[in-house]
Design a protein around this ligand. Sequence first.
Ligand code: SAH
Length: 230
Amino acid sequence: MLYWRIFLLFILIFLSSFCSAQNNDFAKLRKEMVEKQIKARGIKNRRILKVMEKVERHKFLPPFLQRFAYEDRPLPIGHGQTISQPYIVALMTELLCPKPTDKILEIGTGSGYQAAILAELVDKVYTIEIIPELAKSAEKRLKILGYKNVFVRCGDGYFGWPEAAPFDGIIVTCSPEKIPQPLIEQLKEGGRMVIPVGEGWSQKLLVLHKKKGKIIKQYITDVLFVPMKH
Ligand code: SAH
């Protein structure tokens, strides 16, 4: 009996040191990701760089993909969907100009990673996911990770979240054919929306700025997102 206890204790010590070594590796990879993929491409906002280094992207992926978490690419999260490339997450977050007092709406929760990045930067995040399994798993994951300021809903993000509107900012992480009118209506005066628009391979990342009730559009770059489902 005593031998068994000692044996189990050794196993526990081995496993915990293995996990902490792995966490240290991930921390190093995150630092490199910020330097080589994000800062190097011109992202300057210090709060965003700090948060990209802090949030553990590997925890938003299935175990067999975790070792690729800090590579420069999107990755599958099941149901034919993807977690966006880290640089794109940083770019869209910077374009949103998030302030600590902001209430933000995200369309396309996916893994919950973008929502977690925003949750570190703003007051409240409302996020909508159309695939029930993804909505459920992201909600659970965000809860386990301790995010109390993220609210997840399963539904069609085209219609936004009228009960929680208006929003200081809206970020859309799937690509609709046209800018959804309900989202424009749910944006506060002075607010910003960051959204890919278009079908197939010809999607444009836009920033919309609501000024005196009018929408000013700015084209940023070409992107590739999963389509917004109806
Ligand atoms: N932001 C996510 C990645 C988004 S992938 C992350 O950080 O992991 C795009 C997501 O948008 C997918 O999960 C897809 O199911 C979802 N989606 C597609 N159409 C939608 C719609 N009409 N409403 C809400 N979510 C939608």
